[in-house]
Design a protein around this ligand. Sequence first.
Ligand SMILES: Nc1ncnc2c1ncn2[C@@H]1O[C@H](COP(=O)(O)OP(=O)(O)OP(=O)(O)O)[C@@H](O)[C@H]1O
Ligand SMILES: C[C@@](O)(CCO)CC(=O)[O-]
Ligand SMILES: [Mg+2]
Length: 446
Amino acid sequence: MTKLDEERPASFCVSAPGKVIIYGEHAAVFGKPAIAAALSLRAYLQVTPNDDPNTITLDFPDIGLSQSWNRHDLPWEDIKGYIQRSSSDLKPLVTPELIPEITDLLSDALDDIDNRMHYVLCHCFLYLYVHLCSHDTLGMHFTARSTLPIGAGLGSSASTAVCLAASMAYLGGHVERPVTGLNERVRSPHNKHHAIISPADFIDEWSFVGEKCFHGNPSGIDNAVATHGGAVMFQRTVSSINPNVRTNMRNFPPIKLLLTNTKVPRSTAELVGGVGKMNIEFPQVSQAILDAIGHLSNEAYQLMIRPGFAEEELLILQKLVNINHGLLVSMGVSHPTLEQIKVITDTNKIGATKLTGAGGGGCAITLIGSDVSEEKIQATIKQFEVHGFETFETSLGGKGVGLLHESDVSLETRDRVFSPEVFQSLGSRKEIENLAGVDQQVWKFW
Ligand SMILES: Nc1ncnc2c1ncn2[C@@H]1O[C@H](COP(=O)(O)OP(=O)(O)OP(=O)(O)O)[C@@H](O)[C@H]1O
Ligand SMILES: C[C@@](O)(CCO)CC(=O)[O-]
Ligand SMILES: [Mg+2]
């Protein structure tokens, strides 16, 4: 082995799922409970060494972004004084708000970016990079692909933030490689009373910082699901002292969901901002709506965990879906196309529909009735297609953040799996899943 080979950092890929919020979006931002589950649609981030170890390269073809920096041009010295570190292990500490001085110091590196979406992504990348990596981290090539629709309510920002946080936490030496395979149970469950944070919680915390870069005031539910996977009842703690409450729902009931994308673009930041304004304009009205959503999430949770979940529970869950959508409409976050989906599913009597995620366009979910025939569902999907809507087939409750290390991939396929060019050129969702997934069994999960 030559000296160069020894110094060459290993290639790896990280991946995190999107999510579907079943009850409680928007109210989650104000500390009300919400229920969400991980999707099988995921974001993938390939990280490979650059030929020039001084260059950090980003390729995010889904949004048409190619960007690079010389690592020595980042303002490491000036930023150093603003980064807070744990006194015990010197790991960087998340702060309740983004540090404006750091954002300001990064502005030179972002100067030549005039596309808003590119700017937000690059700011998020650099903000995490200067905290989690260092001046000595060799320049890597970060290439991202997602099988999720972007900006459609399925948590594309959070799964991207989790991939960024996980890759940098690993590069920066803050977390070890995961060891748990796809079908294995976590070997050493983290002791909650132990002072040291688990790798998954470390990634969760830093991806929350990434979500803040994307949309200012996130609740943390999207990145929590993208990190930990499965299905959760989540409640943000509005005081900064207590941690958020995240209750895993291991026996998530076998509900059948139709996920339909209106393809109307919208921004979570703007929609969350709109609800914030309503809260200031009509505080009592707004509080009553948010409380009502919190109550219905609690009711739904009790039904979902009831042993012997059956028809009776499903019918109540459908009623709660309808109430939840009505309350979201009253908060001004629906869209005529989401109402069209609702009219079609109601007319065809296939189930109860609500918007999911931030709304304003994006996706709706339909909780399908147990007696609805497959023909009826297919006829409804055809009707959606006439309106230009797209329906996704996906399963709920998948794995959270995972890592595929080059040493886990056979030598014959390694060059292909870890080639940025090949990764960027992949066409279909299946191609992305198969190449990045290789054999799914090879991935390890934190
Ligand atoms: N594959 C990707 N490549 C680059 N940027 C991405 C990717 N996926 C998401 N993003 C970033 O996330 C932003 C969309 O986030 P936004 O929060 O508005 O929608 P969402 O996360 O898809 O929906 P919701 O927040 O309602 O679940 C994009 O504008 C982009 O900045
Ligand atoms: C609208 C919102 O509640 C969900 C977005 O997926 C925002 C958040 O909780 O961060
Ligand atoms: Mg988002």
